[in-house]
Design a protein around this ligand. Structure first.
Ligand SMILES: [Zn+2]
Length: 241
C-alpha cells in the first residue's frame, strides 16, 4: 500500500482506493486547477509554441542521430525541478526498450511528458495523462511516436492473419492495434511498415478529435498533434504528413 502525502496540494494518497475515498473527485479537480500548479514554470525555455516545440524536438533528434547528444548535470537538473514541471512536448511512445524518447530527442529532465504503451495507441488513461499535461502543465505539442520493427504491431498482424491466440491480457492490446493492421493489409509494400505508419496516423487523429480538451485547443491552433516513426538503425525520427 502506497502512502504519500503531497503537501503542495493537500492531497493524501493511500493507494488508488484510498485516494478516491479520502479526497473525492471534487477535491482532486480543485487541486488540479490550483493556480500554483498551472502557473509554475521551472524551465522558462520550455514555454514555447507548438511549432517551436516541434523544431526543438527535431533538432534534438538530429544531435542524437549524429552522436552529438548533450551531457547532463543530473544533480542540478533534479534540484531545479523539485517544485514542479513544464515539459515542452508530450510523446505517446511504444514501450519498446529500444526507443527511449528522452534520448531520441536529446532532451533533459522536465522537457518531455511521456506516455508509453506497447503499440503507442491512445487508451483512456493515456489520454487523461496527455490532457493533464496540456491543460495544467502548458504543453503545446503532442507527438505519437511509432517505430520500425514494432513487436506489438507484428503480434497484431500474426493474430489477425494466422488467428494466433495470445495469453493473458495480450488480446486486448491486439484489439487496440487491429484497426491499423486492417487499414494496411491491402496496401502495397511491407505490411509491418505500413501498419506502423497507419497506427501512428490513426492515433494522431484520435488525439486531435479527443474532446473536450484536446479537440478544442487543436481547433484554435493552440495545440498541435503530429506523428513520427523512429528508425531503429539510424535513430532518426521521420515525421508523417
Ligand atoms: Zn513497438
Amino acid at each position: 500500500m502506497c502512502n504519500v502525502e503531497d503537501k503542495s496540494n493537500n492531497l493524501t494518497f493511500n493507494g488508488r482506493r484510498g485516494f478516491l475515498k479520502t479526497a473525492g473527485l471534487a477535491t482532486i479537480g480543485a487541486a488540479l486547477s490550483s493556480p500554483t500548479l498551472a502557473a509554475y514554470s521551472p524551465k522558462p525555455e520550455n514555454v514555447i509554441s507548438a511549432n517551436a516545440a516541434l523544431d526543438r524536438l527535431m533538432e534534438g533528434n538530429m544531435r542524437y542521430v549524429k552522436g552529438d547528444s548533450t551531457l547532463h548535470n543530473f544533480n542540478a537538473e533534479r534540484e531545479a525541478l523539485v517544485g514542479g514541471q513544464n515539459p515542452y512536448a508530450c510523446i505517446l511512445s511504444c514501450s519498446d526498450s529500444r526507443i527511449t524518447p528522452e534520448y531520441a530527442f536529446d532532451s533533459a529532465r522536465g522537457d518531455l511528458f511521456v506516455v508509453r504503451v506497447a503499440g503507442n495507441f491512445v487508451s483512456m488513461n493515456g489520454l487523461a495523462s496527455l490532457e493533464y499535461a496540456v491543460k495544467y502543465l502548458g504543453t503545446r505539442l503532442l507527438m505519437v511516436l511509432g517505430h520500425q520493427g514494432c513487436g506489438a504491431i507484428s503480434g497484431a498482424i500474426s493474430a489477425i492473419r494466422e488467428g494466433t491466440v495470445l495469453p493473458g491480457r495480450l488480446p486486448e492490446l491486439i484489439e487496440s492495434i487491429a484497426p491499423s493492421v486492417g487499414l494496411a493489409i491491402n496496401q502495397p509494400g511491407d505490411l509491418l511498415e505500413n501498419a506502423v505508419r497507419e497506427n501512428v496516423r490513426l492515433n494522431v487523429a484520435a488525439l486531435r478529435a479527443a474532446s473536450p480538451i484536446l479537440s478544442e485547443m487543436v481547433a484554435t491552433e493552440e495545440l498541435r498533434v503530429v506523428g513520427g516513426v523512429y528508425n531503429l538503425e539510424s535513430g532518426q525520427v521521420d515525421l508523417l504528413g
